[in-house]
Design a protein around this ligand. Structure first.
Ligand code: T4K
Length: 417
């Protein structure tokens, strides 16, 4: 793919130049495994005529995920949000549950959907994960649980959280949507707390088109979650729990199995891009690529850059510049859930208790990575960022004078020929 180098600010697409990348680069473009193998599996599914309701592919996918995480039970679901909702209900959470606001809104919605109050907790500035020191302050007699989110695949402080949960008799659930294939202190994510939940959405490291899973060591919880996933049916005419249709289908599981066979290639591409971004941006003032711990297992699925004052440009200006060039950087996660409805109306003063969330959500962005991106493109993105920051103050003044962007920051406007 042709890349247009930008040597000076006047060549930037945001000022009318041709974009550096004619084909936009996405954060979250799916990783795709071996297509022949996938087609074989699709044919087999059609031949068997078992399309859903816990067929052989779903069962095998569940076994593989459970083995990867080193956990006895995996319950595959139609998506990660359903997995959260079922896990929350199976754990018996009610009243109030403490979670970070700095997450994808599904984490909060999964509670609110069941009329459980999400209580937003601030984050640790270094890990960007829920700050255990703040959790204790938010516990009330109505609190029944804590949800930690391993944001961008970087693990929560599980030691501190489990202590609080034990001491205060709370259930501990993790939203591990970003953290498949990651470890913490040598132990795989998926095996912590009362249960953990993965997402296999198209944008995730391993995808099943849409999909999710609940992992737990508990036989009792697993049994409950399995029943709830299938309307609560114990046998064809006996229902034991309130339930939902939360099942994963066979085609999704086939995609997941095929993706898992290529897991090393996916990690390899992500790891190489992460290191290339770190090296390429190391000398650029005001930009810091957030570290992953190379001594642990890691999927490197999110390359997150933190913007500091000495960049001369703020995060939104950088995202506008990149987007115009066809680099569709994302502001994961801006704004915090507490600034989205209905939470914004329910808790209008929540921001006062979330200063670190407020700061971090205003200064981070994610860059394209994965198997759809090449090393040349990563290097060109680094050069583009270095050039922009090299002219940071000048560019910032020019952008301030420019008419306000039409629509939200970060929405790509394809050029009309
Ligand atoms: N908890 C956490 C912490 C999560 O991050 C998520 C999901 C969940 C829970 C819930 O899990 P699921 O119920 O979704 O399984 C995306 C995803 O939709 C969402 O799954 C994900 N987190 C979140 C971080 O990102 P958007 O609205 O930012 O994605 P979207 O549709 O703009 O896609 C991002 C980019 O990916 C696009 O620029 C294009 C590219 N893309 C996307 C799709 C779907 C492709 O190239 N191909 C595709 O098929 O939410």
């Amino acid at each position: 793919m042709q890349i247009r180098e930008k040597a000076t600010p006047s060549e930037l697409a945001i000022f009318g130049g041709r974009p550096a990348f004619e084909e936009p680069l996405h954060v979250g473009a799916p990783n795709i495994g071996d297509r022949d193998r996938l087609r074989e599996r699709f044919d087999d599914i059609l031949d068997r005529r078992v399309l859903s309701n816990g067929g052989p592919y779903v069962r095998e996918f569940e076994r593989r995920i459970a083995d990867l995480a080193g956990v006895r039970h995996c319950i595959a679901t139609g998506n990660g949000t359903l997995a959260l909702e079922i896990a929350i209900r199976a754990l018996g959470l009610t009243g109030e549950v403490i979670l970070p606001s700095f997450t994808f809104v599904a984490t909060a919605h999964a509670l609110q959907w069941q009329e459980i109050t999400p209580v937003f907790c601030d984050i640790d500035p270094e890990t960007c994960n829920i700050d255990p020191a703040r959790v204790s302050e938010l516990i009330t007699p109505r609190t029944t649980g804590i949800i930690g989110v391993h944001l961008w695949g970087r693990p929560c402080n599980t030691q501190a959280l489990v202590e609080i949960a034990r001491e205060r008799d709370l259930r501990l659930l993790y939203d591990a949507s970003h953290a498949l294939g990651c470890s913490h202190r040598g132990r795989m994510i998926g095996s912590f707390g009362d249960a953990e939940v993965f997402s296999f959405h198209a944008t995730k490291f391993i995808n099943t088109f849409e999909g999710g899973a609940i992992l737990t060591k508990s036989d009792e919880l697993a049994e409950k979650a399995r029943l709830m996933r299938n309307f609560g049916f114990v046998t064809t005419d006996k229902v034991s729990h309130v339930g939902i249709n939360g099942k994963m289908n066979e085609v999704s599981a086939a995609m997941g199995l095929t993706s898992l066979e290529d897991i090393d290639r996916f990690v390899g591409a992500n790891r190489a891009h992460y290191h290339a971004y770190r090296e390429g941006l190391a000398g650029v003032p005001g930009l810091r690529v957030l570290p992953h711990d190379d001594s642990e297992r890691c999927n490197y699925q999110y390359v997150v850059v933190e913007v500091h004052d000495d960049a001369g440009l703020d995060r939104d200006q950088i995202v506008r510049i990149l987007t115009a060039e066809g680099v569709l950087a994302r502001r994961y996660f801006h704004p915090g859930c507490h600034r989205m409805e209905p939470y914004r109306s329910y808790f209008p003063h929540a921001a006062l208790l979330l200063p670190v969330t407020e700061r971090q959500s205003a200064r981070v962005f994610s860059l394209p990575t994965g198997t759809s991106v090449g090393a040349e493109q990563v290097a060109a993105i680094c050069r583009l960022l270095a050039m922009a920051v090299g002219h940071g103050e000048e560019l910032s003044a020019l952008l301030d004078r420019q008419a306000a962007p039409v629509g939200p920051v970060g929405i790509y406007q394809p050029r009309v020929a």
